[in-house]
Design a protein around this ligand. Structure first.
Ligand code: GLA
Length: 709
């Protein structure tokens, strides 16, 4: 016999509490936020939440339940939208059972009218405080159920969370933040690109008016999914508001046969009452403890050398070997051969699909290059773009029917390529075999898995849209490859940061953050990225002096000082670099290696700055050590910037302060640069009094090292 349904269910994590309200027919969040004390009962919370009857409305409003229901009269967007030939759409379920497993609940509800079973899974991760939630729908009827929406559980938003921080972007400028005042109506972001997307990252932060990096209330929400999605923040006329994130389906895309189920992507949520850096800390802790694969735990990330901006498609064994020599000299630990190595790949116009080593460039296969790379103490990595095919390829000539389309509409090429239908088993098998052969034949420890076009014609051979299935099939392929090659590391890339989400992180170990290696643009890109992802996942390369994408010329000190705070790499033609620049790069790589444990494990603290500045720090968990970066992006309106107020330190401890980058910070007259090194100052003073910054040139930065003394 299932236990009787209780009116409330409560769980606590280290700093948060979640209280579910099961008094009605549908479960709802009664409270999610700072951890509540023992003296607080759910009845008190329910009492405090008492609503008044709104004029010109039914006496009771339909609740913002985990899946708000059309059948219950919900006026906003329903959590679940289904029908059977236009009938049986009025979802109005009844809770059947609630089970608890540690800090997670499984709530099963049945809707007799629509003949569906709804299973909500929701709870808190104890250590990271992350809210984890999903909605599963099962067709209990004896005919097909059409599913138009099945969102992850809806999150009620307090009235004072009236600011929306969303994320927008484009190729080479991802993770840009925008700020919108919440309004009566709907803030809606929709992604139909068939991948996570550059322009609509599946995450949003809803916060109070005066929320800063170090103070204020906020909810951060992220959908762990690498396909189409929808983010909705809706405020109703009554003042009630909710956030709803879920997968976006094309017309007719999801139809469940009897007894078949669909489960929404997982919603990840963070809640804070101490500002945005703490919010990010929750996401970072969860990734580090739960999403980072066990084989990466405790392993140092390798400094990359990537051939793309050094060589593009102009590959030759001799030059690759010369680049490998230079890469090893400046301290690279992994040499990644990017695009251009496979059959007939002379440009982006041909070759995708033919995953065989080009005999013209590599007459003896990849071994001579890999041997050369390994002899210099580096691992070898390879670029690949398995989901795609060029019409000019042997694969397409043999199987023109293997691609997705939107027939009878004309096929749209993008970067001269089409998308393979991964939902076909023969396509999966072909790709697995090609990749498996490469990985078995050569000691390749790393794949950069790229995906360079949107899926805007997602129809399979039967004409049905399959974006959902394609995303699941991608996960399956990645999982199969990882299963066969457990030590392999994989980077998630989609023309830069187009596939960055918690879903893909179950199969990948690094994210290529952006194709822009412009260090100044990168600061904003990396800042947005850091809202959800920690530094060790953030591919960050030192590009050429004149950035290939923006044309901007940036010093090595700044380029390296920015890349150092991620999973560092180099992506420039070292053969063109003069000795001085190479020596500076080598020093930066050495500095990164010296501090990468801290950078890749520490707590990120973003500092509030003005438009023309950028500043953040990484503080060790025990507060004994920290690195802080201060960048002046443009000319300062005053002679010198103001003071740098370090945060996250232990107020009572003394820290020895050193400026460790650039190698020779320049100063025209005596300044803090001359006197600060080696000084011992309290955490208290560093925070509250702050350090007077020197006069700086625009587009330069300083990195401070603080060590408890
Ligand atoms: C994409 C990637 C780049 C590079 C090229 C190769 O644009 O984001 O880093 O690998 O493809 O074609």
């Amino acid at each position: 016999m299932p236990n009787a349904i209780q009116p409330f269910y409560t769980v606590h994590s280290r700093h948060s509490s979640l209280v579910l309200d099961c008094r009605g027919t549908a479960p709802a969040i009664l409270y999610w936020g700072a951890r509540l004390g023992e003296g607080t009962s759910p009845d008190m919370l329910a009492l405090l939440a008492t609503e008044q009857e709104a004029p010109a409305c039914p006496p009771e409003q339909a609740p913002i339940s985990l899946s708000p229901e059309l059948g219950a009269g919900f006026q906003g967007n329903p959590g679940i939208q289904v029908h059977r030939q236009g009938l049986q759409w009025a979802v109005n379920a009844q809770i059947e059972s609630v089970t608890q497993n540690n800090t997670y609940f499984t709530i099963v509800s049945i809707c007799v009218g629509t003949q569906v079973r709804i299973t909500h899974r929701i709870g808190l991760d104890i250590d990271s405080d992350m809210l984890i939630a999903s909605t599963e729908l099962c067709n209990l009827g004896d005919n097909n159920l059409w599913v138009e929406q099945c969102n992850a559980p809806s999150i009620p938003l307090p009235m004072d969370h009236n600011k929306i921080m969303g994320f927008q972007g484009r190729w080479a400028n991802e993770f840009q933040r925008h700020s919108v005042d919440r309004f009566m109506g709907t803030y809606l972001r929709e992604n139909r690109s068939g991948r996570t997307s550059h322009d609509s990252f599946p995450g949003v932060i809803i916060h109070t008016e005066h929320c800063t990096e170090s103070a204020g209330h906020a909810y951060g929400l992220h959908l762990g999914w690498s396909g189409n999605h929808r983010i909705r923040i809706e405020e109703q006329f009554t003042g009630r508001a909710y956030a709803q994130l879920g997968e976006l389906f094309c017309p007719g895309e999801l139809s469940l046969e009897p007894n078949k189920s669909y489960c929404s992507p997982v919603l990840y949520g963070a809640s804070t009452n101490s500002g945005l850096s703490a919010l990010s800390g929750c996401f970072h802790r969860y990734i580090r403890s739960k999403l980072t694969d066990a084989r990466m735990a405790g392993k140092s990330k390798s400094v990359h050398f990537n051939t793309w901006e050094a060589m593009y498609f102009d590959l030759s064994l001799q030059r690759l070997k010369a680049l490998a020599d230079s890469a090893a000299q400046v301290g690279a630990e992994r040499f990644v051969l990017d695009d251009g190595w496979f059959k007939n790949r002379k440009s982006d116009g041909a070759g995708l699909g033919d995953w065989f080593v080009d005999q013209g460039i590599f007459p003896d296969g990849l071994s001579p290059l890999i041997d050369h790379v390994q002899a210099r103490g580096m691992e070898f990595g390879l670029w690949i773009e398995p989901e795609m095919v060029n019409p000019d390829s042997d694969l397409y000539r043999a199987h023109p029917d293997w691609v997705l389309s939107a027939e009878p509409a004309p096929v749209i090429l993008s970067r001269h390529q089409l998308v393979l239908d991964l939902t076909r088993s023969e396509v999966q098998d072909y790709l697995f075999d090609c990749i498996d052969k490469l990985l078995s034949q050569y000691p390749i420890s790393y794949l950069k898995w790229d995906m360079n076009r949107i899926i805007n014609q997602p129809g399979d051979a039967q004409g049905r849209a399959v974006t959902h299935k394609q995303t699941v099939a991608l996960y399956k392929l990645l999982s199969r490859i990882r299963g066969a090659h457990p030590q392999l590391e994989i980077e998630s890339c989609a023309s830069g940061g187009g596939r960055a989400d918690f879903g893909i992180l179950a199969y990948t170990d690094r994210i290529w953050t952006s194709d822009s290696n412009d260090a100044l643009d990168r600061l904003a890109i990396q800042k947005g990225f850091s809202m959800f992802f920690p530094a060790e996942l953030m591919g960050a390369h030192v590009g050429p002096k004149d950035c290939h994408i923006t044309g901007r010329s940036i010093s090595m000190a700044t380029r390296a000082g920015v890349a150092m705070f991620g999973d560092m790499g180099i992506e420039a033609n070292l053969l063109d670099m003069d000795a001085e620049e190479k020596a500076e790069l080598a020093a930066a790589v050495a500095l990164h290696k010296q501090h990468r444990q801290l950078i890749h494990r520490g707590d990120l603290v973003r500092l509030e700055t003005q438009q023309f500045e950028n500043s953040f720090g990484v503080v060790a968990a025990n507060r004994e050590e920290a690195l802080f970066s201060y960048g002046l992006l443009a000319s300062s309106p005053n002679t010198a910037p103001g003071r740098l107020h370090f945060r996250g330190l232990d107020a009572d401890q003394l820290y020895r302060v050193n400026i460790i980058w650039p190698l020779q910070p320049s100063s025209s007259s005596a300044s803090i640069l001359e006197i600060i090194n080696g000084s011992v100052i309290s955490g208290d003073a560093l925070k509250n009094a702050g350090l007077q910054l020197p006069i700086m040139q625009p587009e330069t930065l300083l990195i401070f090292h603080l060590q408890q003394s």
